[in-house]
Ligand binder design. Structure first.
Ligand code: UD1
Length: 356
């Protein structure tokens, strides 16, 4: 079976790594790794290939950044040529980025089967580009691999035939487990002088938070209060860095002496910091799940989540961009008491054995 494994953006890499590794073990698969180039900076892409021991992509589409329509269209034009040349039996797409939906649309129209890994998640918020990508990809997919029970309910409600849906757990948690020992060896805490210091880990990049000045300012207001109690480590996404400059907020960030703004980190360094964080403040999807697996308190700076299991398990709380709520929830847990509940099987299968 000839398979094209598709990646495009940072959150795809840790999801495709275990799948690519497994396919490479089996002679009945001829697997091709394709990178659309949606993310292209060394720190957003190349570093992840090294950390996750991914082979160099066999095909690189070099699409880069653009508006949604242009980026999606560029991926589609280039991916169509690849499907004509390679004639695969199946494409595997992961997550919910523009590359996921764009490649699915091309494959569906060319009669190539699609497997979607991390299917069925719904935020019910169509203002999120990822929600549109999830809906499009799931509608078109032939096999839908689901990480949590809410995904099964969503797909059933949307009329997806049961035989297409497979409840398998989360390949991202497989990566977390697979690389845990290697991540422990990262020297990032030493480099940052964090070996004994408690810290909160922050990530922020959603357009709803960082492309809107008012919302971004509300989050900075909260960070200004929090940093008086706990050191904040903030590896910053290029989109957020750009918006800080555009909004003239550099001065406010610099004035926070207990906030360390870092370049985007590789997978192993980030995992190392995550494992020891007292608390995370994030608007990422994946970090909500990784903190649930690790039992680390997570404040999600969004109004909704497509990953409700993280809230049910007790590690995750939605705080939006509400300054007061963020501060209140942070102060509730100043020592970063670990939460007891973690994922039950099959999400993070191996992890489930230890807990629940
Ligand atoms: C994308 C995904 C989002 C995911 C996020 C993780 C979509 C719709 N969004 O958002 O779901 O959570 O990746 O990072 O697919 N940029 C660089 N270097 C890069 C990549 C991006 O500087 O390597 C900058 C550019 O200014 C670009 C902006 O970041 O315009 C946004 O990049 P884009 O890929 O459009 O979306 P993300 O915000 O990264």
């Amino acid at each position: 079976m000839k398979v094209i494994n598709v990646v495009g953006a940072r959150p795809n890499f840790m999801k495709i790594a275990p799948i690519q590794r497994e396919m490479d073990k089996h002679k009945d698969f001829e697997s091709i790794l394709l990178h659309t180039g949606q993310h292209y900076d060394e720190k957003m892409s190349k570093l992840f290939f090294e950390d996750l021991e991914l082979p160099q992509p066999n095909i690189y589409l070099n699409v880069g950044s653009a508006s949604h329509a242009v980026q999606t269209a560029k991926i589609m034009v280039e991916f169509e040529k690849v499907l004509i040349d390679e004639k695969p039996d199946l494409i595997v797409v992961v997550g919910d980025v523009n590359s996921t939906a764009a490649c699915s649309m091309v494959a569906a129209k060319m009669g190539v089967k699609i497997a979607h890994v991390e299917a069925g998640l719904r935020s019910f918020d169509r203002k999120m580009p990822e929600e549109i990508n999830r809906l499009v990809t799931d509608t078109l997919s032939d096999d839908l691999f689901v990480t949590e029970r809410s995904g099964l309910d969503n797909l059933k409600r949307e009329g997806i035939e049961e035989h297409k849906v497979h409840f398998v757990g989360h390949v991202m948690i497989d990566s977390l487990i697979h690389f845990a020992e290697k991540a422990k060896k990262s020297l990032i805490k030493k480099e940052l002088n964090l070996e004994s210091a408690p810290y909160a880990l922050v990530t922020l990049h959603r357009p709803s938070n960082v492309d809107n000045r008012e919302n971004f300012v509300k989050l900075l207001d909260a960070f200004e209060i929090i940093e008086k109690d706990i050191l904040i480590i903030f590896p910053i996404h290029p989109r957020s860095r750009k918006m800080i400059s555009e909004f003239g907020l550099d001065g406010r960030i610099k004035a926070m002496k207990n906030l360390a703004l870092l370049e985007p980190l590789g997978y192993l360094d980030f995992m190392n910091l995550l494992h020891s964080a007292k608390l995370t403040l994030t608007d990422s999807g994946g970090i909500q799940e990784e903190t649930t697996y690790l039992g680390i308190p997570c404040l999600t700076m969004r109004e909704n989540t497509e990953r409700p299991v993280t809230i049910e398990m007790g590690t995750n709380i939605l705080v939006g961009h509400d300054t007061e709520l963020i501060v209140k929830e942070t102060k509730k847990n100043p020592c970063g008491q670990r939460k007891k509940r973690r994922y039950s099987t099959p999400v993070g299968r191996q992890g489930g054995k230890e807990n629940c």
